[in-house]
Design a protein around this ligand. Structure first.
Ligand code: IVH
Length: 694
């Protein structure tokens, strides 16, 4: 938890900081989305307070430090007793120091504290006369608030009539529970409104809105009970003399909702240590609560202690807010990724400018579904409010629209499944690949038949979808046992295309081991890694016999990657067996298996030296290939280099021995020239490896 403050160096910076804080606070109380999140605001105010402590003669009248609520919307209904704010502590040390100063002030240790949740909403005074709810007033500037009586009937926990016909003012917090917030945003957007950024803003905006076509419920939690003009002397006496915990009991008996029946009821603690234990309990429960809290409020429970401590102009001295780290921060939305889940659900995920929330760095957050993006009106490049509580997946709540620069861009929605390329079923809010659970299968088969893997001509996504839909193929090996009749039964499969496809599949059986390995799609092994594994082990038997240590002998496979590759290959064993049974080649032409034990005694890994015309060379290919090499893809060129004993690479460095520069070669050729690396034309290179070109 941080106790640092913004550093203010001079009067000008101080004035600027005050201006920023006042603006943010005004926005906060009016239900807008402040450009500062809570942590940033606290940091700023602490910086302002620190500077003021050293320059008491230069304190600006509008400074938020001396106010109940800097920038609050002022009202015209006077409060009988000021509605104060609370001072904050941010650590157990600060809390202990506070208890010591309180004990010093009242002349003895406090032995009864009440400890309860600091509800993240807005303070509200509810006036009951003769047991009937007659008036609702916001805190305003603390001495007078705004009349929001129109909200009567929309606030759960504030009954229209109390259990007893008393005249009394109930004070407490009005908020939206998470469920009420979701509901409110649904209703609001259905009426064409912009969604609220978070429950707090939603409650603030809703409480003050007068002529809306709809009403949405909120919830009240009482935390104070005081007399009004007209309260009987007996009750007034009771209210001023009772301990806070007894008042809360009474409020509950009157029918007012308090924290008592939540998972974090207010409790009495008898020492600062006990208080801190409750603070921990509440902090732990926070993530699972159905409403937001931003701290813990600790009060001297006994009326006598409260009276002895008294109040300052801004806050009582007998109570303190132990602030918990904010669960919301503002950061930027950099990108939206579309991920396909196991069942084919296509879910958007926000890529964020990294931001620390409650000690963890957050880079990704869920965006729920495409409709949600539209509802929230998000744009790429937006500043967004990100929420993360406990272990719950972080979520983007809303854009901070007034921070827009005009450079924001629309978020592109996919028009085909980003994994397998099939269609998307958009009939529900959650988009889904039309292949559902088969999406992954379609994607992996389409990948396996691709040009750099098994290179099965005529087997693109559409055809794969057909085969999977017809139930003819449930894994890669099934491709190799397809029968002519089965294919002929499919739509748009005439004799010629069937025969062509069967020929292409038969040809694929002869692909080198490197291509088969690549087609298996083992995580962390793309084309070049598959080639290195195949060249090193030469046969699938040797690959499968390798343990993690042996796997590490392959260049580029370290201690982290090796075990996962070995494990994944073990998982793929049934499929590999099936491929072998179907007659798929499992050897790498030109490669020889490693000797039985290639692990050197000193533990250093050395791949066996390669033979061939390019032995010991690192070769980079750039530009378009011509002549004998014209038809080779970049992957095939790399395969050729490696078969010739060389190493293929994609970037030119001092370690590069040869750059094959074809037509249109640009920066790589220039770099080679600059570094003095040998250059070859495609024809010169073809001559070099002529023996391997068949
Ligand atoms: S007692 C005279 N108890 O936090 C002190 N306040 O940041 C009255 N708040 O103005 C406050 N939960 O609006 C109290 N359990 C709780 C609270 C609570 C939330 C709010 C309240 C207060 C603000 C100060």
């Amino acid at each position: 938890m941080t106790t640092s403050a913004a550093v203010i160096v001079d009067a000008a910076a101080y004035a600027q900081a005050v201006k920023e804080a006042v603006g943010a606070a005004a926005d906060y109380y009016a239900g807008g989305t402040s450009p500062l999140d809570d942590d940033a605001y606290d940091l700023l105010v602490r910086g302002i307070a620190a500077w003021e402590a050293g320059h008491p003669d230069q304190v600006l009248p509008e400074s938020p430090t001396g106010k109940v609520a800097g920038g609050a919307v002022e009202g015209d209904v006077p409060h009988t007793v000021p509605m104060l704010s609370l001072d904050n502590v941010f650590s157990s040390e600060e809390f202990t120091a506070w208890t010591a100063s309180l004990a010093h002030r009242i002349g003895h240790e406090v032995t009864r504290f009440s400890v309860g949740p600091k509800l993240d909403g807005l303070a509200l005074a509810a006036r009951y006369r003769g047991g009937r709810l007659t008036q609702l007033i916001t805190r305003g500037d603390g001495t007078a608030g705004e009349d929001v009586t129109h909200a009567i009937g929309t606030i759960e926990g504030l009954p229209g009539t109390l259990a007893e016909p008393v005249t009394v003012e109930v004070r407490g917090e009005v908020l939206m529970t998470n469920a009420q917030f979701e509901h409110a945003n649904e209703v609001r957007t259905a009426h064409g409104g912009q969604p609220f950024a978070n429950p707090r803003n939603a409650a603030a905006g809703t409480l003050r809105a007068k002529e809306r076509a709809y009403t949405v419920p909120m919830t009240f939690f009482g935390y104070g009970l005081l007399p009004l003009p007209g309260t009987t002397a007996a009750l007034a006496e009771r209210l001023t003399a009772s301990a806070h915990s007894d008042l809360m009991q009474l409020a509950a008996e009157f029918g007012v909702h308090t924290s008592a029946r939540t998972a974090v009821p207010e409790v009495v603690a008898e020492s600062p240590e006990q208080v801190l234990a409750h603070v921990q309990e509440i902090a732990t429960a926070r993530a699972d609560l159905p409403f937001g809290i931003d701290g813990i409020v600790i009060k001297a429970d006994l009326a006598a202690d409260q009276q002895a401590a008294g109040s300052g102009s801004r806050a009582p001295r007998w109570a303190i807010a132990y602030k918990l780290p904010a669960v919301e921060k503002i950061t930027r939305l950099l990108e939206v990724e579309w991920n396909v889940g196991r069942t084919g659900i296509i879910a958007p995920r926000a890529v964020l400018e990294p931001v620390v929330i409650d000690g963890s760095t957050i880079t990704y957050a869920t965006l729920h579904n495409p409709a949600d993006i539209t509802r929230r009106g998000l744009l790429l490049g937006d500043h967004v409010m990100v929420h993360r509580a406990g272990d719950v997946i972080p979520r983007v709540e809303a854009p901070v629209t007034h921070l827009r620069t005009g450079d924001e861009a629309l978020i592109a929605f996919p028009d085909e499944c980003p994994r397998c390329g099939s269609g998307i079923d958009t009939s529900e809010e959650r988009w889904r690949c039309t292949q559902g659970r088969n999406c992954h299968l379609v994607a992996s088969l389409a990948y396996a038949s691709g040009r750099d893997q098994l290179d099965i001509e005529g087997l693109g996504t559409t055809r794969v979808v057909q085969l999977v839909d017809a139930g003819l193929v449930t894994d890669l090996a099934d491709l190799f046992t397809l029968e002519r009749e089965q294919l002929l039964d499919l739509e748009r499969m005439g004799e010629t295309s069937t025969d062509n496809l069967l020929t292409a599949i038969a040809k694929a059986k002869e692909q080198p081991l490197s291509r088969v390995l690549c087609a298996l799609g083992v995580r962390g092994t793309g084309r070049s890694m598959s080639r290195r594994i195949a060249r090193y082990f030469a046969t699938m038997d040797h690959v499968r016999a390798a343990d993690a240590e042996a796997m590490q002998q392959v260049e580029g496979i370290g201690i982290e990657k090796a075990p996962s590759i070995v494990a994944e290959l073990a998982e793929l064993a049934p499929l590999i067996d099936k491929l072998i049974a179907a007659g798929v080649n499992m050897t790498e032409p030109g490669a020889t298996p490693p000797p039985a034990d290639t692990t050197p005694q000193d533990g250093t890994a050395t791949a066996p030296a390669q033979a061939g015309p390019l032995a010991g060379m690192t070769v980079v290919v750039t530009g378009a290939m011509t002549g004998d090499l014209e038809k080779l893809s970049r992957n095939e060129m790399n395969e050729l280099i490696e078969r010739a004993g060389g190493r293929s690479s994609s970037s030119v460095s001092k370690k590069t021995t040869l750059v094959v520069a074809g037509e249109g070669a640009g920066s790589k050729r220039a770099k080679a020239e600059q570094l003095g690396v040998r250059l070859a034309t495609p024809d010169e290179f073809a001559a070099l490896v002529a023996d391997l070109l068949v």
